[in-house]
Design a protein around this ligand. Structure first.
Ligand SMILES: NC(=[NH2+])NCCC[C@H](N)C(=O)O
Ligand SMILES: [Mn+2]
Ligand SMILES: [Mn+2]
Length: 374
C-alpha cells in the first residue's frame, strides 16, 4: 500500500539521486528530529515540575503516543490509534473516576506529553534505525522527569523494542516484562524485517533488556515461536492451559532484584468478542476482566507500560475497542502509589485512573492541568 509517508521517502530519495548534497538532507532531518524531541521534552518538563512542586506523588502515568503502523505484517491501522484512545480516555459518556476510586482528571494521576511525530519524520526520509532511536529518546525524556512514568500508546507491537530498551538503559539494568498477547512476537526476523511487530521480543531478549519475560494469552504460536521462547528462557503461558494457570497469573509478584516491571499489552490478547478492533483476530482469548485481574493484582514496581495493536479501522462504529484500550491502561489499573503494591511506599495517598467512551460528538478535552497551576 502506498502511504503518504512512503511517497515522501521516495520523493526525498529522488532528490538524492538528482545530486542534492547528502549533508543538506541530513542537516534538515536533524533539525526536524530536534524539533520533534523538543516539544516532548518541554511538555514532560513542565508537567514534571508541576508534580514535584505539588509533592507526594511517587508515580504518575504520562501518555506518549507512537503512531507507527508500518512494521505490521498485516494491516497498518494501529498508526491511527493514539488519538482514538485519548478520545476514549476523555469521553464524557461516563465519568473519570477509576475502579480504584481515583480521578483521571488530575495531573497527579495522568498527564500527556503528546505523540512522537512518526509520519512527519518518515515524510522527511528518516529511516527505521533512527526512528527507533527517536522513540527510545522520547521515552527517556519522560523518565527524566519523575514522577512521570511513560504509558506508551501504540502503534503496532514493534514499538515495544525501542521503549523497553530505553527503560532498561535509563534505569541501568534489565526489568521483568509481563507481555499479554495472542502471539509471542519473538521471530528472529519476520518477512525480512528485523523491526517487525512479530520480532520485537527477540530484539528485547537479545539486548538483555529483560530478565524475566512472561507471555500470557498465547494461542497463535509456531514452532519457531516455541524454539525462540526456549532459547531465551521465556515463560510462555498458553490459553489452552489458562484455567490451570489462572491462580498463579492473577497473583504475580515481579521485579524483585531488577529495576522494576514493564507491562506490554497487545490488545489482541483479549478474545475478539471483547476487543474486535485488532488486526489479528484470534479466537479463544482472555476476557477483559481476566486482564484486569492479572494487572490489578500484580505486585511490583511498574516503571512503564504500553498498549499496542489497537486498530481503529477494524473497530465497531461506537469505538468499543478504543474504550477497551483506554480502560486497559496498565499504569492506570496498577496503582503504583498504593503502599500495598509498591514496596517503596508505605504512607502515601493512593492515586490511579481508568476511563470512558466516546461518540463522534465527544468534546476534545485535556486533563485539568490549569486548575493545579498557582
Ligand atoms: N504483534 C502482533 N500482533 N503480531 C502478530 C504476528 C502475526 C504473525 N503472522 C505470526 O505468525 O506471529
Ligand atoms: Mn498479538
Ligand atoms: Mn503482539
Amino acid at each position: 500500500m502506498k502511504t503518504i509517508a512512503s511517497m515522501g521517502i521516495h520523493y526525498l530519495q529522488g532528490l538524492n539521486a538528482a545530486n542534492v548534497p547528502k549533508e543538506l538532507i541530513e542537516k534538515g532531518q536533524n533539525r526536524v528530529i530536534e524539533a520533534s524531541l523538543t516539544l516532548i521534552r518541554e511538555r514532560a518538563k513542565l508537567k514534571g515540575e508541576l508534580l514535584r512542586a505539588l509533592g507526594s506523588v511517587v508515580a504518575s502515568s504520562s501518555l506518549l503516543g507512537v503512531p507507527l503502523g508500518h512494521n505490521s505484517s498485516f494491516l497498518q491501522g494501529p498508526a491511527f490509534a493514539p488519538p482514538r484512545i485519548r478520545e476514549a480516555i476523555w469521553c464524557g459518556s461516563t465519568n473519570s473516576s477509576t475502579e480504584g476510586g481515583h480521578e483521571l482528571n488530575d495531573p497527579r494521576v495522568l498527564t500527556d506529553v503528546g505523540d512522537v511525530p512518526v509520519q512527519e519524520l518518515r515524510d522527511c526520509g528518516v529511516d527505521d534505525d533512527r526512528l527507533m532511536s527517536i522513540i527510545s529518546e522520547s521515552v527517556k525524556l519522560v523518565m527524566d522527569e519523575p514522577p512521570l512514568r511513560p504509558l506508551v500508546l501504540g502503534g503496532d507491537h514493534s514499538i515495544s523494542f525501542p521503549v523497553v530498551r530505553a527503560v532498561s538503559e535509563k534505569l541501568g539494568g534489565p526489568v521483568d516484562v509481563l507481555h499479554l498477547d495472542a502471539h509471542p512476537d519473538i521471530y528472529h526476523c519476520f518477512e525480512g524485517n528485523k523491526y517487525s511487530h512479530a520480532s520485537s521480543f527477540a530484539r528485547i531478549m537479545e539486548g538483555g533488556f529483560a530478565r524475566r519475560l512472561l507471555q500470557v494469552g498465547i494461542r497463535s504460536i509456531t514452532k519457531e515461536g516455541r524454539e525462540q521462547g526456549k532459547r531465551f528462557g521465556v515463560e510462555q503461558y498458553e490459553m489452552r492451559t489458562f484455567s490451570k494457570d489462572r491462580d498463579f497469573l492473577e497473583n504475580l509478584q515481579l521485579g524483585e532484584g531488577v529495576k522494576g516491571v514493564y507491562i506490554s499489552v497487545d490488545v489482541d490478547c483479549l478474545d475478539p468478542a471483547f476487543a474486535p478492533g485488532v488486526s489479528h483476530i484470534e479466537p479463544g482469548g482472555l476476557s477483559f476482566r481476566d486482564v484486569l485481574n492479572i494487572i490489578q493484582n500484580l505486585k511490583g514496581d511498574v516503571v512503564a507500560a504500553d498498549v499496542v495493536e489497537f486498530n481503529p479501522q477494524r473497530d465497531t462504529v461506537d469505538g468499543m475497542t478504543a474504550m477497551v484500550a483506554a480502560k486497559l491502561d496498565p499504569l492506570e489499573n496498577f496503582d503504583c502509589n498504593d503502599p500495598r503494591y509498591n514496596p517503596l511506599l508505605r504512607s502515601a495517598a493512593a492515586k490511579t485512573p481508568s476511563n470512558h467512551h466516546c461518540t463522534p460528538a465527544c468534546k476534545l478535552r485535556v486533563s485539568n492541568f490549569t486548575s493545579f497551576m498557582p
